[in-house]
Design a protein around this ligand. Sequence first.
Ligand SMILES: [Zn+2]
Length: 581
Amino acid sequence: MVAYQAIYRKWRPAVFEDVVGQEHITKTLQNQLETGKISHAYLFCGTRGTGKTTVAKILARAINCQNPKNGSPCNECSTCRGILDGSIMDVFEIDAASNNGVDNVREIIEDARYVATEAKCRVYIIDEVHMLSQGAFNALLKTLEEPPENTIFILATTEAHKVPQTILSRCQRFDFKRIKTGDIIRRMREIAMGEGLSVTDDAYSLLAQLADGSMRDGLTILERCVSESGTSLTYESVSAALGIAGNAPLFAMAEAVNSGNGAEIFAIIENLMSDGRDLNNFIDNLTEHYRNLLICKITEKPEALLDREGEEIIKLKAQAERTSFEKLSNAVMALSAAKNDAKWAKEPRIIYELCLIKLTRPEFDNSYNALLDRIKTLEEKIEKGIKVEVAKEEKKEDKKPEIKPKQPSARLFVPVDINELTQETPCVAAARAWEKIARQISRKYAFISAAVLGRKVTIDKEGIILIFEKDEVMSKELANKHRAEIESVIAQTIGTSIVAKTAFFEDIEENIIDFWKIGSQKSESETTIQNLDERFPEIVENIDSSEFISYEPEKDDFEQVEIDDDENEEFLEEDEIPDEE
Ligand SMILES: [Zn+2]
């Protein structure tokens, strides 16, 4: 491999104009340089990767440059080149983290007495200055009180509060801002173009989010992705390279809470845990996600308040649209409370799961916000002119048959004469025994329950297909991740190994979705099964979002607890709703 230079070093800005997101500082410095009003001590404060050292180095050259342009160094004159290649010794970089003894600073002070040799001005850049010892600070202070001619000190720190007031008062202070997502993306685009990389828009957004305000972190992450996945980066390849899930689980979780899909909530958390992600961190991010949704809910132009870009803002707005202000504020409050409770809990996971499940069922919660949410729901129903009683009757009629387990004979009906393909092949056998297999999987691997119990299946030539709804992304991922476990139970049950796949309901034509229906409609099914074979390399499964499955590993059977809205309505009707005041 050719001599390798880290992207962030290679693309480190060489002039003020290339510094990203700190215009308030670079403009001021350029003005000072042009008018000759340079301070002799600067303090650069700000979090890591915001450009403090970069700006210090540009400033050191700009002060000494023979042909400065708009206050920026030319980087071409002998002085600029000398400083860049280290042959001119008048710019000193000191890392206080490793040179924090008083003697080191005394050396610096001794040095500072001598006039610059080749450059106009000696520049001392002291990084992480807060790490200096008290004695070193005192020595530095003396120098700053009576600064030697033509000497400039640039102190940089991530923790300005640890720098003594006496030092602070002698420096011109500049606070470096966390770099905005949009600025990080813009700079990354320039660099990607220069490096011949192809990066999709959503990959840029993900990279910028992960950079978390630090250009250096962003470029280091970009580089890691390139070394893992090559020069073409997509959202998927970035998440895969970094082993992270991006913001997809946040959107998925808010969606699951909003639609009351308890199984999906458990599936998302299981996925995060098996990916080794920190749950506390996820809850923090989820709280922020809800805050962002609230901002979208209450303002016409959330762009001004959100540090988010293009497509993500559109997604946030759309998600906020589907829920209510009460639900969102309730979620922020509940998550903050859960975070607090979890500090003292042995199993924070349970606290978080309970909190999220409660959010799907406001009737479990007697807090003021939850009551408001219930009133709001009731008001909406009244507004829409839905008579609660009527709705209840109708629901009972069309829901019951769906939720009640079908008679085994009907459910396990497998066509014997549709075509040869379907005649007692292992796939047919597996589909036939699916209910049993799913129970077996749940018993053995409780954490996959959400992905298999009550799920519809169909088959293709190679195996069984579990069918998922579009809002069950995480359940689907859970099934995919644990294919081996699912396949092993299938093999044990039917005595033959077949593959288990997943598919979204929407991706399969409706007339072939239900394997059991196919069986009862001979003529049609002949063609549909063939179609399925041709089209489907993938398996699917479906859990009704209105079903909540509670699993008891001890028992022989599992219990399906039906949670439907009837209950809520009854509850609301019977419950005394307090007056608004
Ligand atoms: Zn120059």
